[in-house]
Design a binder for this molecule. Structure first.
Ligand code: NAP
Length: 456
């Protein structure tokens, strides 16, 4: 099979294959990006905003066919796929409508005579390397702020999303992007490394695994290129003594089983105070049972297949390892009969540090429940992970919420909510979850030249 291919996760069948680009084609794409940058960053801001608004409008106009392609290529239930298309549209629209405010010069208060201001300027051609789990949304977080700034984009999608990659390129062109401003590339890892090394390329943004992050980060470092890394997570979800258990249980189930558990900010580790253990376990198992697997093209399906048979096999190995070492299975935990990459909603407890499921990211519909006796024990367990992306803290005790917030080693804390991405909220993590932020004004500043203008 070729590297870039649509493989239907409901059957494992190869639907369509695509050729990777040659080195010459990749080099030509970089040259077009570099040439296009000269004119693009000098265009009126209003023109760049208008392009973003048209991209948003076209997402909405083609929502159903965009969503169907996502469901076909990575198995996301169609209703969740449509929600993702709308969120992506909202991101383009946010930067279209807030562009002027976000890019306004910042006047500095200075001790010396005259004036000093900071202008937010672009830096040049950029490369985005994107994952398959939210194909349109992940790219929107990178593409929208950078087209607004005046940067130009080469975009490498995950190899299992080629049809979406081509369709979204068509949409951006149809919206009126000039030649070379946005280009899809079907590139190999070696070509990605060569691009990062090229003097014309000014930065790279990766959303993906730690493995890809350390490879791309190392290449970027070697060639002194700015990089943003949005990597994995193993988000803690804390249910404290003053929690509303029912509210927490349904948020935890949605947070863990949405997108078949294949989200960086899925609620992967549920940490429950002893006083709430029995009631939470009951409520959570009831909620988890509602996440029955089905045909992802059906509007009623909440749990589709995982993205591939290989991804399912990796998850099953992690779960089997935990079970073999003594974990308790409350729900699921076995690959079902039949074709496709289906894995049932699974709930485990008594997961200990000697099990892979304790420390590794579980990238599928598997919830791990831990029981703790104190709030400090909950915090210690929450931080006992290489990751530091999102978190959720369920409690109606505001003081306790503030105490926990200050002690969690994460990039995002939700109080009585899981982290839900929005165009104007910064998104990102610490520790092995990555470097940098996306969305809002923070995302816009990552690949900006904060140019000082001093006037005497
Ligand atoms: P992945 O295997 O790392 O792939 C991500 C992208 O990187 C793909 O386009 C992949 O290309 C490419 N890639 C992989 N290794 C590379 C290398 N050495 N050089 C250049 N490119 C390389 O991750 P995934 O399985 O698609 O995504 C799941 C991971 O992403 C999870 O860990 C998840 O938590 C994380 N994620 C993080 C965030 C966040 O915002 N923090 C958001 C979403 C997902 P190929 O497909 O061609 O291999």
């Amino acid at each position: 099979m070729k590297k870039y291919a649509t493989v239907d996760p409901t059957s494992g069948n190869v639907v369509q294959e695509f050729d990777s680009m040659t080195d010459t084609e990749v080099a030509a794409a970089l040259k077009r990006s570099h040439d296009a940058y000269r004119a693009w960053h000098m265009k009126d801001l209003a023109e760049r905003c208008a392009l973003l608004q048209r991209i948003a409008d076209l997402h909405r106009q083609h929502s159903v066919d965009l969503a169907k392609l996502m469901t076909l290529e990575m198995g996301k239930p169609i209703a969740q796929a449509k929600t993702e298309v709308e969120l992506s549209a909202a991101i383009y629209e946010y930067y279209a409508t807030s562009g002027e405010k976000l890019l306004a010069d910042e006047e500095l208060e200075i001790a010396g005579a005259g004036r000093a201001l900071v202008r937010t300027a672009p830096i040049g051609p950029l490369l985005g390397v994107m994952p398959w789990n939210f194909p349109y949304y992940q790219m929107a977080r990178f593409v929208a702020p950078n087209l607004l700034l005046g940067n130009t984009i080469l975009l490498k999608h995950a190899s299992n999303c080629p049809q979406q990659a081509l369709r979204i390129e068509e949409i951006i062109r149809a919206a009126g992007a000039p030649e070379g401003v946005y280009q899809n590339i079907f590139a190999t890892s070696g070509q990605v490394a060569d691009l990062i090394a090229s003097p014309e390329l000014q930065g790279v943004s990766l959303t993906g695994s730690e493995r890809a992050g350390s490879a791309i980060g190392a290449t970027a470092g070697r060639h002194l290129k700015k990089c943003v890394l949005e990597l994995g997570g193993s988000d803690p979800f804390l249910v404290l003594p003053a929690a509303d258990v029912q509210k927490a249980a349904s948020a935890a189930a949605a947070g863990r089983f949405g997108n078949a558990g294949q989200a960086c900010t899925s609620s992967k580790r549920l940490i429950i105070d002893n006083s709430k253990w029995d009631s939470f376990l009951d409520a959570f198992l009831t909620e988890a049972s509602k996440w029955e697997a089905g045909d992802p093209m059906s509007e009623d399906t909440r749990l589709g297949p995982m993205s591939s048979l290989q991804a399912r096999a990796e998850l099953a190995e992690q779960v089997d390892d935990a079970i073999a070492k003594g974990a308790t299975v409350h729900l699921g935990g076995k690959i079902p009969d039949g074709q496709g990459a289906y894995y049932p909603a699974t709930v485990l407890s008594r997961v200990t540090p000697d099990m892979r499921a304790y420390r590794e990211e579980l990238f599928g519909p598997v919830a791990v429940l831990h029981r703790v006796n104190t709030v400090d024990e909950a915090i210690e367990l929450a931080n006992d992970t290489p990751f530091g992306l999102g978190s959720a803290v369920f409690t109606n005790d505001e003081q306790q919420a503030a105490y926990v917030t200050d002690r969690l080693e994460v990039g995002m804390v939700g109080i009585n909510t899981t982290i839900k991405s929005a165009p104007d909220l910064p998104f990102g993590g610490v520790k092995s979850s990555g470097i940098g932020r996306e969305l809002g004004k923070y995302g816009l500043n990552e690949f900006a030249n904060k140019k000082l203008v001093r006037t005497i």
